[in-house]
Design a binder for this molecule. Structure first.
Ligand code: CMC
Length: 432
């Protein structure tokens, strides 16, 4: 915790004043430290949904939602998407600096040589129903890793933490690909050490034993870019879930499984699947006004998927990169005039021109264009969120490592505004 006290705030309750320390971050708004408030004033702060609460210190990722800026260890996401690649960004997130050539080579080799799963774990997949969502399978299988990799579950041992880190980053694409292969009834494809991270994932998803599979470099680059753009996003719901789960000292595999479960929701990572399904349902540009009207109608639960964000009140910088990528990838793949992309672009235009979306500062987010690219690459919608989970694993782990190595870490234990019954006597059943 930063002790750089710069100002203080005064809170007055019933005429009694309490001085609260404040801290200035390297970027972003100042924070008021309320940790001693309950001890001093016997009140809690109230912030369901954490709209105004900084739950931790972090040096990993910074978002300026007003400007639409996303920085990893200070580096803007658009520069990383253009000039870097996923495993280099993983190194940056995990260790704080861009790697030198030898460091990168060693890191890539380490990840590459841990991509295989324990053979007995492969049997787990066969226990699921064929029609299980791959996210359901991933949640189960990643949780089960703690039953297999006992030598990397001691969170107090820095070496074991490092081994768990590499294992999770290396094996997550294998797990996602196996979940996919199982769901379509095809044989499992093992990872190959001569391929880069993205190419290996594509091969594990799309190769079949009956024929040779050449990784298309355009697809591989697009895959890597999607991984890079989703790598981390500071204290989002799934990352906060990982932090909260691990604050009890739970093992990393259990905590990452919790993160995967949280990511699946349609307000979070599940939005990419929901968005493509929505775009397909809209189908043609002439139906856009109907859907815009539904999104604005408070009596209709429908929302424009892939639109809006808790933090961004401007363009999500990841969506900008993905919009360009969608054009590029579709053109390179020779998919001209993709109707879903046309609907997405028209929908974006119509929503941005609409007073409702403008006044609420609702812009396309990362999930708006990613599904179009993934679909063009050959993935079914059910694989969109698993791909997000593969990408975000490094973010979850970086945040977990940061938290767990802080000696001042405490178990996360929010308080509540209790609005239920106060104490009353038990009523015997015949008197109710
Ligand atoms: N369509 C229509 N109205 C919306 C939308 C939307 N997509 N998003 C927000 N609003 C309205 C909402 O009804 C509310 O209106 P009012 O103030 O009149 O009640 C206002 O905008 C603020 O919304 P909120 O739900 O209070 O905002 P939030 O910060 O709690 O929620 C969100 C953020 C991302 C959950 C929300 O914008 C949403 O549900 N978007 C659609 C799902 C989506 O695309 N999720 C992906 C997020 S980015 C990637 C990720 O996190 O994984």
């Amino acid at each position: 915790m930063s002790d750089q006290k710069t100002k203080s705030a005064t809170l007055t309750i019933d005429g009694e004043s309490y001085d609260l320390p404040m801290y200035s971050p390297s970027a972003g708004p100042d924070v008021v430290d309320v940790r001693k408030l309950y001890a001093q004033a016997k009140v809690f702060t109230y912030d369901p949904g954490f709209t105004s609460t900084a739950a931790c210190d972090s040096t990993i990722t910074f978002i300026d939602g007003g400007k639409g800026e996303l920085l990893h260890r200070g580096y803007p996401i658009d520069q990383l998407a253009e000039k870097s690649h996923y495993l280099e960004v993983c190194y940056l997130l995990l260790y704080g600096e861009l790697p030198g050539a030898k460091q990168l080579e060693d890191f890539e080799s380490l990840v590459t040589y841990h991509t295989m799963l324990h053979e007995q774990m492969m049997m787990f997949f066969r226990g699921f129903r064929r029609d299980a969502h791959p996210m359901a399978i991933m949640t189960g299988v990643v949780g089960a890793m703690s039953a297999f990799y006992h030598d990397s579950t001691d969170v107090d041992d820095p070496h074991e933490r490092e081994v768990a880190t590499i294992r999770l980053i290396a094996k997550m694409p294998t797990i996602a690909a196996l979940a996919y292969k199982f769901s379509i009834g095809q044989p499992f494809v093992y990872p190959r050490n001569d391929l880069d991270y993205a190419s290996n994932f594509l091969r594990m998803c799309f190769a079949v034993p009956a024929e040779d599979y050449e990784v298309n470099p355009i697809l591989s680059r697009a895959m890597d870019r999607i991984f890079t753009l989703h790598a981390d996003h500071e204290q989002n719901a799934s990352t906060s879930t990982v932090r909260l789960a691990s604050s009890s000292g739970a093992n990393p595999f259990a905590c990452i499984a919790a993160g995967i479960a949280c990511l699946w929701g349609p307000a979070h990572g599940g939005a990419n699947q929901a968005c493509l399904e929505m775009l397909r349902e809209i189908g043609t540009a002439d139906r856009i006004p109907e859907y815009i009207a539904r999104a604005k109608d408070k009596s209709d639960p429908f929302r424009l998927m892939g639109f809006g964000h808790r933090v961004y009140k401007n363009f999500d910088p990841r969506a900008k990169v993905l919009k360009e990528s969608a054009d590029e990838v579709l053109e390179l793949l020779g998919i001209e005039n993709n109707p879903t992309l046309q609907v997405a672009k028209e929908l974006e235009k119509a929503a941005l021109a609409d007073e409702y979306f403008a006044s609420k500062k609702l812009f396309p987010n990362v999930d708006f264009y990613s599904g179009i690219i993934l679909e063009a690459m050959g993935f079914p919608t059910s694989m969109f969120t698993p791909i997000f989970a593969v990408s975000r694993t490094v973010g979850w782990i970086s945040q977990w490592k940061e938290m767990i190595s802080d000696p001042a870490m405490k178990i996360g234990r929010p308080r509540q505004l209790y609005t239920g019954e106060t104490m009353r006597d038990y009523v015997d059943i015949e008197k109710r």
